[in-house]
Design a protein around this ligand. Structure first.
Ligand code: ADP
Length: 610
C-alpha cells in the first residue's frame, strides 16, 4: 500500500523522463528528432502566421496598400503553410513507423531482462508489481516521454513568438493567459496525481480479475474447472475484483470530475472568454490606442498563448505521468542481477567428483524459518541419487539450490571442489540438466521442444535416438511430420497434443539430449502408470551411465535402484543409504515402502515386465 502514495520529487521526475527519452534515443535516434521537428515546425509557423503575418496583411489592407503587395503577402502565407504541412506530415509518418519498431524492441528487452532476473525476485511482491507496470505501460510510456518533451519545446517556441508580439503592442494583455495557465497547471497536476493513483490501484485489482479470467480461458485448466467446484471460487474472486475496481473508479472519478469543473470555470470562462475581448475592446474603442490589425493579432496571440499553455500543461501532465511510471521502469531495468549474470571467478572444473553439499541451510526470507537444515551429501559422477520424503520436506528447494537459482543461507555447495558461488552461473548450469514437475510444452516443433534451442541438421539424428530411449519410438512413427510435428495447436492446425505421460517422456528427453554431467529429475514420471514408469526409469538409469542422476519421486519403486537414497523430513536428512540398508534399518523409509508396495504391487509388475 505504501507504493500507492509513493512521492517522487521534481528533480527525480525530470531525471526519470530524461532517462526514458535517452533510452528511446539510444534505440532510435531519428524518432525523437522527427517528432520534435514536426511539432516545432507546426506550432512555430502557425503562431507566426496568425500573429505577425496576419497583422501585416490587415495593416496593409487598412492603409490601402497596393494589390500586388497584398497578393505577395498571401502567396508567402500559402508557401510557408504548405512547406510546414509537408514537413510535419513527413515527420509524423516517420515517427509513427519508428514507434512500432521501438515498441517491439522495448518489449523484447523487457523479456530479455525478465529471463535474466534472479528467481528470488519472483518472491518479492514489490519486484513483481514493478515488472507488471513496467511491462504493461512501456509501449505507451516511452513514446509519451518523447512526445511530452517535443510538445513542451514546441509550445515554448510558440509562446516566445506570440509573447514577443504581445509585448511589442500591449504587455498587459499577457496577464490573462498567464493567470489562466497558473490555475490550469495546479489543477492539472492535481488531476494527474489522482489519475496516477487510480491507475496504480486499478492495476493491482485488475491483476486479481485477470488471473481468474486467464484460468477460465486456458486449456490446461479446462478439465479441472469442469469437474470440480473451483469455478465457483474463481467466479467469486472475479466478482469481488470487479466490485473492487468499481469502488476504486468511483472514488477517483468523483475527485477528477470536480477538478475538471474547477478548471473550466476559472481558466476558460473567466480568463479567456470574458477578460480578453473586454480588454481589447477597451484598448481599441475607448482608448483608441491600437488598430484593427493589432486587435486581430493580439486576440490571436493571447489565444495562442492560452492554447499553448494548456497544451504545455497537458504535456507537463504527461511528463509527470511518464516520470512516475519511469520510476518503476528504471527500478526494473536497473535491478541488479546477482546470480544470473555472474561471470565467475574461476574456470568450471572438469574433475570427476561432481557435487558436494556441506552443512547447507536455507530459508527463503531472512525472517522466515529454515526450509533446509544442515544438509550434507556427495554426488559422484555416474552415481544415482534419490531424494524421497513427504510434500514440503524440502526436496525441490534443495534442487533449486543445486541449480543455483537461490543463494544458500549457510554452508556451501561445491562442484568439482569449487564453491558454485565462484563459478560463472550460465556455464555452471550448462553442466546440469533439470526437469521439473511443472515443465512446459511450448508451441514449437517436437524437435525444438527436445533441443530447447534452434535445431540444426546435425541434431536431428540425436533427437530421434533420444526420443526412442525415453520410450517415444511408437509415437514418433505415427507423427505426420516426425520430429518436425508442431506440439500444441496454438500456431498450427496440424499440431498435436501429447498425453500427460508422453509429455513427461518428451521433457525427460530434454536432459538426455545434452550430455551433461548431472541430470536432475524432479518427479519426472508422476503422470505415467507404474509399468511405464518402471520401464522409463530403467532405461533412464541405463542411459545415464556416465551422468550423476538426482531423482525425486514419491514412488519408492522408482527410486529403489538408486545407489544412495536420502529421506528428507522437515528440511533435514532423516535417513540415508541404499534401498536394502534402509529396509534393514526398519525406520520411516521401510514403513513408507511397505505402504506403497501394497498399493502398487511393484514386485509383481517388476517380475511381469522382466
Ligand atoms: P518438496 O519438494 O519436498 O515438496 P519444497 O522444497 O517445494 O518441498 O518446499 C519446502 C518448503 O518450502 C515448504 O514449506 C514450502 O512451503 C516452502 N517454499 C517453497 N517455495 C517457496 C517460496 N518460493 N517462498 C517461500 N517458501 C517456499
Amino acid at each position: 500500500m505504501k507504493e500507492q502514495t509513493e512521492k517522487i520529487g521534481v528533480r527525480r521526475l525530470c531525471a526519470n523522463v530524461i532517462y526514458v527519452f535517452r533510452y528511446a534515443y539510444q534505440h532510435d535516434k531519428k524518432m525523437g528528432i522527427a517528432y520534435i521537428t514536426s511539432q516545432c515546425t507546426r506550432c512555430g509557423v502557425n503562431t507566426y502566421l496568425n500573429t505577425y503575418l496576419l497583422k501585416e496583411v490587415i495593416d496593409a489592407l487598412s492603409a490601402g496598400a497596393m494589390f500586388g503587395y497584398i497578393a505577395y503577402l498571401l502567396i508567402i502565407w500559402f508557401l510557408i503553410s504548405t512547406v510546414q504541412v509537408f514537413i510535419s506530415i513527413w515527420c509524423d509518418n516517420l515517427f509513427e513507423i519508428r514507434i512500432v519498431k521501438l515498441s517491439g524492441q522495448i518489449q523484447r528487452e523487457l523479456m530479455e531482462k525478465t529471463r535474466k532476473i534472479d528467481l528470488l525476485c519472483y518472491d518479492l511482491p514489490k519486484y513483481y508489481d514493478d515488472f507488471i507496470i513496467a511491462a504493461s505501460q512501456s509501449d505507451t510510456m516511452v513514446p509519451k516521454a518523447v512526445m511530452s518533451i517535443a510538445n513542451i519545446m514546441a509550445s515554448l517556441l510558440s509562446m516566445v513568438i506570440a509573447g514577443t508580439m504581445i509585448f511589442t503592442i500591449n504587455p498587459a494583455a499577457v496577464v490573462f493567459p498567464v493567470a489562466g495557465f497558473i490555475v490550469n497547471i495546479f489543477v492539472h497536476f492535481a488531476i494527474a496525481r489522482q489519475e496516477y493513483l487510480f491507475e496504480i490501484e486499478r492495476t493491482k485489482v485488475k491483476r486479481k480479475a485477470d488471473y481468474s479470467k486467464r484460468v477460465f480461458y486456458q486449456p490446461e485448466y479446462a478439465k479441472e474447472i469442469k469437474l470440480t467446484g473451483i469455478e465457483e471460487a474463481l467466479l467469486e474472486q472475479f466478482d469481488e475484483a470487479v466490485k473492487e475496481e468499481k469502488a476504486v473508479s468511483k472514488k477517483y472519478m468523483v475527485k477528477i470530475g470536480a477538478l475538471h469543473l474547477l478548471n473550466w470555470v476559472f481558466t476558460f470562462t473567466l480568463f479567456q472568454y470574458f477578460a480578453v475581448p473586454v480588454h481589447l475592446a477597451y484598448l481599441a474603442i475607448v482608448k483608441k490606442s491600437i488598430g484593427l490589425g493589432a486587435v486581430a493579432s493580439l486576440k490571436n496571440a493571447t489565444n495562442n498563448i492560452k492554447s499553448y499553455l494548456d497544451w504545455m500543461n497537458h504535456s507537463l501532465v504527461d511528463f509527470q505521468k511518464v516520470g512516475q511510471y519511469a520510476e518503476r521502469f528504471r527500478r526494473f531495468m536497473d535491478y541488479e542481477i546477482h546470480i544470473e549474470g555472474f561471470e565467475g571467478l574461476c574456470e568450471i572444473p572438469q574433475s570427476e567428483a561432481v557435487l558436494e553439499l556441506k552443512n547447507v541451510c536455507f530459508r527463503y526470507k531472512e525472517d522466515e524459518a529454515y526450509v533446509l537444515k544442515d544438509i550434507n551429501m556427495t554426488i559422484k559422477r555416474g552415481e544415482k541419487i534419490a531424494l524421497v520424503g513427504e510434500n514440503g520436506a524440502g526436496k525441490t528447494t534443495l534442487i533449486k539450490l543445486i541449480l543455483r537459482l537461490y543463494y544458500v543461507s549457510e554452508g556451501c555447495i561445491t562442484y568439482g571442489g569449487v564453491d558454485i558461488r565462484h563459478l560463472n552461473t550460465r556455464k555452471y548450469r550448462e553442466k546440469i540438466g533439470a526437469i521439473f514437475q511443472d515443465f512446459q510444452i511450448y508451441g514449437a516443433s517436437l524437435a525444438e521442444n527436445i533441443k530447447m534451442d534452434f535445431v540444426k541438421e546435425e541434431d536431428r539424428l540425436k533427437i530421434q535416438e533420444t526420443l526412442k530411449r525415453t520410450g517415444l519410438e511408437e509415437k514418433l512413427e505415427k507423427l505426420p511430420a516426425g520430429i518436425d510435428t508442431e506440439l500444441t495447436r496454438e500456431f498450427s492446425e496440424n499440431g498435436i497434443m501429447l498425453s500427460g505421460g508422453e509429455a513427461q517422456k518428451a521433457a525427460i528427453a530434454r536432459i538426455f539430449i545434452h550430455d551433461m554431467p548431472v541430470a536432475i529429475l524432479d518427479e519426472p514420471s508422476s503422470a505415467l502408470d507404474p509399468v511405464a514408469e518402471y520401464r522409463l526409469n530403467k532405461s533412464m538409469m541405463q542411459g545415464a551411465d556416465r551422468q550423476a542422476v538426482i531423482l525425486i519421486s514419491h514412488r519408492l519403486s522408482t527410486t529403489k535402484d538408486a545407489d544412495h537414497i536420502f529421506l528428507l523430513e522437515n528440511g533435514c536428512i532423516m535417513e540415508d543409504g541404499t534401498h536394502k540398508e534402509l529396509l534393514e534399518r526398519n525406520g520411516v523409509y521401510a514403513r513408507m515402502w511397505q505402504v506403497q508396495a501394497e498399493k502398487y504391487c511393484t514386485q509383481i509388475y517388476e517380475t511381469r515386465i522382466d
